[in-house]
Design a protein around this ligand. Structure first.
Ligand code: AMP
Length: 187
């Protein structure tokens, strides 16, 4: 049980939980959002390609994102497991991930779905905006990102539900409490 996805709306706490769970399982947490942000900061070509999409709360084109994920999952540290945070984010990316993993003779063991209601999500993201100053954490972009999640990302869950891989976890509460719930869901 060490090839995992964590999916959920913006603000559900995916990034925080991904790091803690990955540490617990001794696997790398791979966040596509973090990889993009690092590239933007370092002003790489990839960063330049991604920036305008991220700042407006839209998905970076699949052609860019898929290539980046294929290359990251082929690195040595991911050979024995990984926790992917923020990918796949639409149904086309689900099929690309299938293809990447099939080339590596691997498959997904479980999909963690972290849930919280919309008002709580907006509040958390506004708090994070005040703390971290992320360029896509202002109210207008936050609302747009929630819409993008509903429209593009939510539909992909049907595919993983059909495969019997989805475990839903309540994202409300203290950070450690949520981590325990997730670890329980992985047993
Ligand atoms: P996150 O840190 O996961 O909230 O991602 C921040 C932003 O990075 C998103 O709003 C997208 O613009 C971009 N991004 C992250 N992951 C993906 C992905 N799998 N596909 C397309 N865009 C992504």
């Amino acid at each position: 049980m060490n090839r995992l996805l964590i999916i959920g709306p913006p603000g559900a706490g995916k990034g925080t939980q991904a790091v803690k769970i990955a540490e617990n399982l001794s696997i790398p947490a791979i966040s596509t959002g973090d990889i993009f942000r690092k590239n933007i900061k370092e002003e790489t070509e990839l960063g330049k390609e991604a920036k305008s999409y991220i700042d407006s709360g839209n998905l970076v084109p699949d052609s860019v994102t898929n290539k980046m994920v294929r290359s990251r999952l082929s690195e040595d540290d991911a050979a024995n497991g990984f926790l992917l945070d923020g990918y796949p984010r639409n149904t086309a990316q689900v099929h690309e991930l299938d293809s990447i993993l099939s080339d590596l003779s691997q498959e997904i063991d479980r999909v963690l779905l972290l849930v919280a209601d919309n008002d709580e999500l907006v509040q958390r993201l506004l708090n994070r905006a005040a703390e971290q100053g992320r360029s896509d954490d202002n109210e207008e972009v936050i609302r747009h990102r929630l819409k993008v999640y509903e429209k593009e990302t939510e539909p992909l869950l049907a595919i993983y539900r059909e495969r019997g891989l989805v475990k839903e976890v309540n994202g409300l509460g203290e950070i450690d409490e949520v981590t325990q719930r997730i670890l329980e869901a992985l047993k």
